[in-house]
Design a protein around this ligand. Structure first.
Ligand code: CP
Ligand code: NVA
Length: 308
């Protein structure tokens, strides 16, 4: 069974293969209406369940469109409208869903929900974001980087802000794709030590630098994300904003990175908070390519899971 649960738990050869396929599938669709199905129909006759326990725009729409383009059918389910949200166990939900569908994508809070779903499902399970990681996003980000600048191997990626779930998947990817990562943010929001250790063990240089300007020196890619994630309490908002303000990505900060550095953000962004509009809409920003590549990368992930 090929679940896609995290980048560090997927074979690097498979990760590269998925990205190569995503690029090919993207090229094959150039200039075609978005609603037109792909020439080959790898998901013909397949049913995919997309379960959301948190809000989503990109993940929801890109998975749904991706399944349809590949000739399959999808259903978007809200966790709170399922018995899952009313006490039915994850294990029972996984076993029941497996009798109906060929593939499950789930966005949830605690990572153990995803793991239990994968343990008890008899069909592949894809991680559509947990409190701890967001692997599909980073597959799209690697594809995006490579389309603009070639291989990400040996490059310097700077993560500015909260060492959150998306940052964690960047650390997983650093280990698997061989790039270096500098984290710049307040000590209270450092990325998980386990993941820093994992990337270092794989040979990546991981640096924690409190001074954002020093951190971005020599950066090939600067990445930001929201200061308050969906799993963070709203009551922590003011405290987090106060801690994170020095790490805003703005024109001045970008001017200290390499002149051809790219800017990424998984979106949704809070303009003038973690990043200014001038950077988001500026020439170094590839944020909408990232959003588009969610579609292509996830189509390739689904094919890999199903072996089609
Ligand atoms: N980047 C991302 O996962 O966006 P959504 O929350 O809109 O799915
Ligand atoms: N870190 C953000 C990412 C959203 C796509 C969150 O978890 O809310």
């Amino acid at each position: 069974m090929k679940h896609f649960l995290d980048i560090h738990t997927t074979d690097p050869k498979d990760l590269h293969g998925i990205i190569d396929q995503a690029k090919l599938m993207k090229q094959a669709r150039q200039g075609r209406p978005k609603g037109m199905t792909d020439d080959d129909q790898p998901l013909a006759g397949r049913m995919v369940a997309l379960i959301f326990e948190k809000p989503s725009t990109r993940t929801r729409v890109s998975f749904d469109v991706g399944v349809r383009q590949m000739g399959g059918q999808s259903m978007v389910l809200s966790g709170k409208d399922m018995q899952l949200g009313h006490g039915e166990t994850i294990a029972d939900t996984a076993r029941v869903m497996s009798r109906y569908v060929d593939l499950i994508m789930i966005r949830t809070f605690d990572e153990t929900v995803l793991q239990e779903m994968a343990e008890y499902a008899s069909v592949p399970v894809i991680n559509g974001l947990t409190d701890r990681s967001h692997p599909c996003q980073i597959m799209a980000d690697i594809q995006t980087y490579e389309e603009h600048r070639g291989s990400i191997k040996g490059k310097k990626v700077v993560w500015a802000g909260d060492g959150n779930n998306v940052c964690a998947s960047f650390l997983h990817a650093a280990a698997q794709f061989g790039f270096d990562l500098t984290f710049t943010g307040p000590a209270q929001l450092d990325p998980e030590e386990e993941y820093v250790g994992l990337a270092r063990k794989a040979g990546s240089k991981v640096v924690i630098e409190r001074d954002a300007f020093k951190a971005v020196e020599g950066a090939d890619l600067v990445v930001a994300d929201t200061w308050v994630s969906m799993h963070d309490s709203q009551s922590s908002k003011e405290r987090r904003h106060n801690m994170l303000r020095p790490y805003q990505v703005n024109d001045e900060l970008m001017s200290h990175a390499k002149s051809d550095a790219l800017f990424m953000h998984c979106l949704p962004a809070h303009r003038e908070e973690e990043v200014t509009s001038s950077v988001m809409d500026g020439p170094q920003s590839v944020i909408f390519d990232e959003a588009e590549n969610r579609l292509h990368a996830q189509k390739a992930v689904m094919r890999w899971c199903l072996g089609v």
